[in-house]
Design a protein around this ligand. Structure first.
Ligand code: SF4
Length: 371
């Protein structure tokens, strides 16, 4: 099977990585991808996405694009809408998060670099999408890099992309930006554009409320204060913002149903966020008028290219939860806590959100209301 189950979808090889590694991916088009399209529209999508096999029965190769298919190896039936775009503006990321999963598929994951000929290739993709008259789809920027990491100040590729999106707005339904550095978006040349982009939303990831914890898990990322201040500014400028508590870590008290010991340190796991930290983040999001809070549980992935990951910190704890919860925790290439435990941990945040009038969602695929 070349289409992964939804739980593995985050582990796909991004367009940037296969561009970089000069790898060609062999796969058959997932019929779900073309659901609702006419025969002609389907043919046009295939033309954009694949190099055509010379003979019947031969494999399709996924073409390399800057405007690439979102999570190309995921089963589309697991997505709210199968056809989505993703633009990874850069390759690699300076934020160097210890839980980052791009280390599983991108060489030198924490050495950010621009894509060669980014502007030219982007224009080429826009032209092709327009010429083929592809049915508008949501676009996500960026899932395997941060579009506003420090090299944006040098290359300004994200600014270029925003200008192009403005010029080709009709090609997309919604535009979603994902970042840990929303402060750049508050600068006038960015803000002026996004204020004019209809159905534009920013998802700001801020899993921690205390900066000392952020420093351990996200050593290269902007301070918590900087992110929260920027969210406030964006909201004052009427930009739609969702706050992502992503990933959400195991936290104390560890429930007896799953753990024989109550504290993280009993499992040699580091301190992360507390219930109170999460409460503060949800209260902040509600106060500034965020659209929603998105919570995504921590997966332990294997950092093939980073030479490290969080398994030494958390695996002991995950294994015990899996044994006591009677659930297999190794799913695909990552470890996940049992669902019953997530359900337990999500209760309080959801109740708090409900009392404050803000939705708190648990998600795996980062896909909310973006059609
Ligand atoms: S911001 Fe995202 S892409 Fe960048 S290092 Fe952190 S988790 Fe990885």
């Amino acid at each position: 099977m070349f289409y992964s189950k939804s739980e593995n979808t985050e582990n796909y090889l991004s367009s940037s990585s296969y561009q970089e590694q000069e790898t060609q991916w062999h796969c058959l088009p997932d019929p779900e991808l073309f659901k609702g399209l006419s025969a002609e529209e389907t043919e046009n999508w295939k033309t954009y996405l694949y190099t055509k096999p010379k003979k019947e029965g031969q494999k399709f190769n996924l073409r390399s694009h800057v405007i690439a298919l979102y999570d190309p190896f995921a089963a589309r039936k697991d997505f709210a809408a199968g056809r989505r775009w993703c633009v990874n503006v850069y390759v690699g990321c300076a934020h160097s998060c210890r839980y980052c999963y791009i280390a599983a598929y991108i060489r030198k994951p924490f050495e950010p670099r621009p894509k060669k000929n980014f502007e030219k290739l982007l224009e080429k993709d826009f032209k092709e999408i327009e010429n083929l008259n592809l049915h508008p789809a949501p676009v996500h920027i960026s899932n395997s890099t941060d579009p506003f990491q420090p090299i944006e100040k040098i290359h300004r590729h994200t600014l270029f992309l925003l200008r192009e999106l403005q010029a080709h707005r009709r090609c997309f339904t919604t535009i979603t930006m994902l970042t840990k550095n929303p402060a750049i978006l508050c600068e006038s040349e960015y803000l002026n554009i996004i204020q004019q982009l209809e159905i534009f939303q920013v998802e700001v990831t801020c899993p921690f409320y205390r900066d000392e914890i952020r420093k351990y898990f996200e050593p290269g990322a902007p301070r918590v204060e900087s992110r929260l201040n920027a969210i406030e500014t964006l909201r004052k400028n009427n930009i739609s913002v969702s706050l992502r508590i992503d990933p959400i870590f195991p936290r104390e008290p560890l429930p007896e149903q799953f753990f024989t010991k109550p504290l993280l340190k009993d499992y040699a796991a580091p301190e992360s966020h507390t219930e109170e930290d999460i409460e503060q983040l949800i209260r902040f999001a509600a106060n500034v008028g965020c659209k929603r809070v998105i919570v995504s549980p921590l997966k332990l992935t294997i950092g093939r290219f980073a030479g490290g990951d969080l398994r030494p910190d958390y695996l002991k704890l995950y294994l015990e939860a899996g044994r006591n919860g009677n659930e297999k925790i190794k799913k695909g290439s990552s470890y996940r806590l049992p669902w019953a435990l997530y359900r337990h941990w999500r209760e309080k945040p959801e109740q708090l959100g409900a009392s404050l009038g803000i939705s708190v969602f648990y998600c795996k695929n980062n896909l909310f209301d973006t059609d």
